[in-house]
Design a protein around this ligand. Sequence first.
Ligand SMILES: [Fe+2]
Ligand SMILES: [Fe+2]
Length: 301
Amino acid sequence: MPDTLLAAHLTDIHYPVPSCFQLRDLMSKRITGAVNLLVSSRRSFRPHLLKSLLSHLRDIGVSHLMITGDLVNLAYPEEYLRVRTHFEESGFEPHQVSVVPGNHDAYLPDAIEHEIFWENLGPFAWAAGPQDYPVVRTVGPIEIIGLSTALPTALGMAYGELGEGQLQRLEAILKKKSGRTRVILIHHAPCPGAESWHDGLVDGAHLRRLLWKHGVDLILHGHEHRDVERRIDGPGGSQIPVIGTGCAILDDPRPALRARARLFRFGETGLERSWVIVHDPASGHWKSPSGVFIPDSPAGV
Ligand SMILES: [Fe+2]
Ligand SMILES: [Fe+2]
C-alpha cells in the first residue's frame, strides 16, 4: 500500500447554473435557492474557478479529492452534469474522488426520491443512493468514511440528520479497527454549538458519543462557508480535530472567504501536515497564505 497520500478537501462548490431555474419553482423552496443564485451566486460562485482549482490540484500531485457536499444550488440534474464534466475533464478518475451530499443536494423531496445527486454524478457519487451510507473507502494510508446528513427541509431550514440506521451502521464500522488513519467526511459539523438549531446536525450529540467511544483521526466538513478548526472528545481523553473549509469557487473580495481548498499530507503514522490554498484574483494563481501551515502532528491540528 502507498505509504503517503496528498489529498485535498473541497466543499460547498455551489456550482451556479442559473438557466436551470424553472417557472414552477416559484411555488417551491427552490425559489429561495434561485433568488440566492440569481442575486448572489451568479455574481460570486465562478465556474471557471472549479476548472482552475482542479487543474492546479492535479499539477501539484494531489491524488485524491475529499468533497463534503453542497456541490450545487437547486439539485437539478443539469447542475450535477456540469460538475461531473469538470471532474472528467480534469483527469481525476472516479476512484480518486470521494464526495458526500449536503443540504443543497437534497433541496426538495424530489431530489432524494429521484436520487438526483447519485444518478447524475454517476461513478463520482461513490454511492448508489441515500440508503448506502456510511460508505467506506481505503485510499493509500487512510480509510475514508463518508456520511450523509442530506435531507429535504422546510423553507428557511438547512439542518442535517444522520438517522438511527446510519448511526448504527457507523458504530459497527468503527468497532472494526482498520489500522489506517480514519477520516470522516460529513457536510454538517458534529460540534456542539457549531450551528443554530435550524442549521445544524440534529443528531450531532449521538454521533459525538460514538466518536468519544470509538474514535477517528480526523473529521472534515462543509456547510459553514469558512475555514474553521475545532476539536471534539475522543477515546481516552484524546481530541479529534474537526476541520471545515471555505467555499471552493467563491469569488469574494474578502481574503478569508475567497475560493480555496485545504491540502492534507498523510504518511504511515497519520496526518503529517495540512495547509490551505487560496485563489489570488490578481495573478490567477492558487497560493498558500503565510501562517496557515499546521504543525506536523495530528495533535497539532
Ligand atoms: Fe453550502
Ligand atoms: Fe450546506
